[in-house]
Design a protein around this ligand. Structure first.
Ligand SMILES: O=C(O)CCC(=O)C(=O)O
Ligand SMILES: [Fe+2]
Length: 210
């Protein structure tokens, strides 16, 4: 059994067509065709309708660190509610532990430089971000389109590159199996070279999101 807010390799590998990316240093999974073309299109349209410049929780003085645009998705929209439920099933994590779903759009030249999704406990704002709902546990991310060139997600510590592909789900544990934060999850959303890239990210927490 997994703790609330946590997925597990065993749960994920029991999902049809789930693949584990071969590396000892982190739990990283790919599921192709998690969403179909129509589902992806509907979500892209929602992101298009409400995007705003992306922000950073841990701002580090580099204004070019995350240059994409973000859209906070509305969970009362049927397409978003359906995705929320689908993610709950595949992850095994109750949707209540998930932060609000976020869409991201990258134009040519836009990126999100190498970062980890967990919050650094030494950061002055750690309490602000983690006091209520705790640390981020797992990240689930869906690519909503095929990108003409660029836009891959690179896990540089383990030297794995995941190519964007319409409907593909990428999931990883931000911590090691023993619960400690895993710096090998460092990842870089590389620059789009041609076309556009749309993704949706879902970060889960240790406690219900509030
Ligand atoms: O767009 C990607 O490939 C990765 C996005 C990401 O790392 C994030 O939103 O935390
Ligand atoms: Fe990330």
């Amino acid at each position: 059994m997994q703790a609330p807010g946590e997925s597990s390799a065993a749960h994920l590998m029991a999902q049809p067509a789930m693949q584990r990316v071969p590396t000892q240093r982190l739990e990283l999974f790919v599921l192709r065709n998690f969403l179909d073309a129509a589902e992806c299109k509907e979500l892209v349209d929602l992101i298009e309708a409400e995007r705003r410049p992306s922000t950073l929780a841990n701002h580090n003085g580099d204004n070019l660190f995350r240059t994409s645009e973000t859209c906070d998705l509305h969970h009362d929209h049927p397409a978003v509610a359906a995705l929320d439920q689908k993610l709950a099933r595949v992850s095994g994590i109750d949707a209540a532990y998930g932060e609000r779903l976020q869409g991201q759009r990258y134009e040519v030249g836009q990126e999100f430089k190498a970062h980890t999704d967990y919050f650094e406990p030494s950061h002055p704002d750690y309490q602000k971000y983690c006091a209520t709902s705790g640390q981020r546990t797992w990240t689930f991310m869906i690519y909503l389109n095929d990108v003409e060139a660029g836009g891959a997600t690179r896990f540089k510590v383990v030297d794995k590159i995941i190519q964007p592909e319409r409907g593909k789900l990428l999931a990883w544990n931000n911590r090691r199996v023993d619960g400690t934060l895993n710096a090998a999850t460092l990842h870089h959303a590389m620059k789009v070279r041609k076309g556009r890239k749309y993704v949706i990210t879902r970060w889960y927490r240790e406690r219900p999101w509030a």
